[in-house]
Design a protein around this ligand. Structure first.
Ligand code: FES
Ligand code: FES
Length: 151
């Protein structure tokens, strides 16, 4: 079946099984491997991307459910919120092995787009489902706070 999809402001036409998860569309069909496969069952958040401004788990999002919504990934060249978070991720030296971090940043981007000045509680609640086996949670919180404190 054929689908039109917009990813990071580029348009693609794909002939693909309608139940293919967005994660595999991105990684296998579009070669956008910045979005990671962790658990594959919606538990870890490694595969998080934005559909319009909302964080979704790409492993649990079949391509036939996307419709006209725009997909934004960690590989965006244009999304200012994602770029700002990336800058503060570097400044706060968040990353350890790095595997979970594209999902962490995309989840944080969804938070900041809907709540530009989140409280510590808001940050903790929003980031709760994104797992980091290296335990970078405190630095993630600090980076989000720093990014949202900047005028
Ligand atoms: S790979 Fe999608 S939530 Fe873990
Ligand atoms: S930085 Fe290693 S899993 Fe999060």
């Amino acid at each position: 079946m054929s689908f039109k999809i917009t990813v990071d402001e580029k348009n693609y036409d794909l002939d693909i099984n309608p139940e293919t998860p967005l994660l595999w569309v991105l990684r296998d069909h579009l070669n956008l491997t910045g979005t990671k496969f962790g658990c594959g069952v919606g538990q870890c958040g490694a595969c998080t991307v934005l559909l319009d401004d909302k964080a979704v788990r790409a492993c649990q999002t079949p391509i036939n459910t996307i419709g006209n919504k725009k997909v934004t990934t960690i590989e965006t060249q244009t999304d200012k919120t994602v770029q700002k978070l990336q800058k503060f991720w570097v400044q706060e030296d968040v990353v350890q092995c790095g595997y979970c971090q594209s999902g962490q940043i995309m989840n944080a981007a969804s938070l900041v787009k809907t709540n530009p000045k989140p409280s510590e509680d808001d940050i903790l609640k929003a980031m709760d489902g994104n797992i980091c086996r290296c335990g970078t949670y405190n630095k993630i919180k600090t980076a989000i706070k720093a990014a949202t404190a900047e005028v």
